[in-house]
Design a protein around this ligand. Structure first.
Ligand code: SAM
Length: 331
């Protein structure tokens, strides 16, 4: 399909995180205001996107998964739909927006992939998969170019239920497995607002030398790699802390976090940062845009394990094919 300028137009599906459907709709509305993107909300969570491939080069912030550059296929029967799907030897994921019984019957023949829990690094995020849905009883929509590389974007880990003192550690696992190159063993990192210690636990497990700050106490066993300071992070002087990475999962207003980051990056412009931007009440879209404008090259993503918050990264290296990298479209 091409538009009047002969630019290739493609159809894709964006699947919203449960509870963040309004956020995805608003993001799409904002993107469509200054690009070729048009979209249609097919049901609560699924959005059909039409866009030029040029305008769909980066992932959306609020999508659990994207199925890119799909195609519509006429199907006369349930078995024909299943047969067509099975021509791709890929794990499958589906979502039914209507015709639920028919979808269920196709699913029972074509078999969606069972949930596969992901091991923490080395990441297994590289499994391609196939998405499908029924637009009409006799019209299948399917794509084999899906993002991220976990069926339906379900980033469930083989969890460690014993050691980490909070489930917040899953956010950091997820971020590292999605595409940023993690810190190397021996690098010096700060964890601001670290208690009870989930992120500090991850970083120390990776061999980092962690200095953790909080007004409360860590609930972690003593370790030569963890140095705890009971201190207000807003009182720190960045010049005293020549480190490689800054991590921050503190509950604070995005505006205050932004000011704090400006202070640190003014002293250490190459500091690698991974921070949660937390919202109270409505999502502040203007603030998200301001973050990206203030820190050029930085990226922000809602993670599968995020609550009403985003994870913002700056100065990090990206692995090819990670969620935060460019989308793999053929222009
Ligand atoms: C969501 S918790 C962090 C969870 C942590 N990342 C983990 O994995 O366990 C936020 C922490 O920020 C701390 N905090 C909030 N404001 C702070 C400040 N001004 N200085 C130091 N710590 C602060 C709180 O005490 C709280 O422990």
């Amino acid at each position: 399909m091409a538009d009047q300028n002969n630019t290739k137009m493609i159809e894709s599906m964006a699947f919203a995180f449960s509870g963040f459907e309004a956020e995805l709709e608003e993001e799409l509305r904002r993107k469509s205001a200054n690009s070729s993107l048009t979209f249609e909300r097919l049901d609560e969570r699924l959005f059909l996107l039409r866009t030029s491939s040029r305008d769909l080069s980066e992932a959306f912030v609020w999508t659990q998964c994207l199925a890119l550059d799909g195609k519509r296929v006429s199907v006369m029967s349930i078995s024909e739909a299943a047969r067509i799907l099975k021509t791709h030897p890929l794990p499958r994921g589906s979502y039914s927006i209507a015709h639920h019984r028919r979808c269920e019957l196709i699913r029972s023949q074509a078999k969606d992939a069972p949930l596969r829990r992901i091991d923490f690094l080395p990441s297994s995020e590289s499994t391609p998969w196939q998405f499908w849905t029924l637009l009409k009883p006799d019209e299948l929509w399917t794509s084999t170019n899906c993002w991220p590389r976990a069926v339906m974007g379900l980033r469930e880990f083989v969890e460690d239920k014993n050691e980490p003192p909070s489930r917040a550690y899953l956010k950091l696992w997820e971020m590292f497995s999605l595409g940023i190159v993690p810190p190397r063993s021996g690098q010096r990192v700060l964890d601001l607002g670290a208690a009870p210690g989930g992120w500090t636990w991850v970083l120390s497990q990776m061999g980092c030398d962690v200095t953790a700050f909080d007004k409360g106490r860590l609930e972690l066993a003593a370790s030569p790699r963890i140095h705890f300071r009971e201190q207000d992070v807003f009182q720190l002087s960045p010049a005293d802390w020549p480190v490689d990475w800054l991590f921050c999962d503190m509950i604070t207003e995005p505006k205050k976090l932004q000011a704090l980051l400006h202070r640190w990056l003014a002293v250490w412009p190459h500091l690698r940062c991974v921070c949660s931007v937390k919202f109270k009440g409505a999502t502040d879209f203007a603030m998200i845009e301001q973050f990206l404008k203030d820190f050029p090259g930085s990226r922000v993503q809602h993670l599968y394990h995020n609550k009403h918050e985003l994870t913002w990264v700056h100065n990090v290296s990206l692995r090819a094919n990670g969620l935060l990298d460019k989308l793999p479209l053929q222009n």
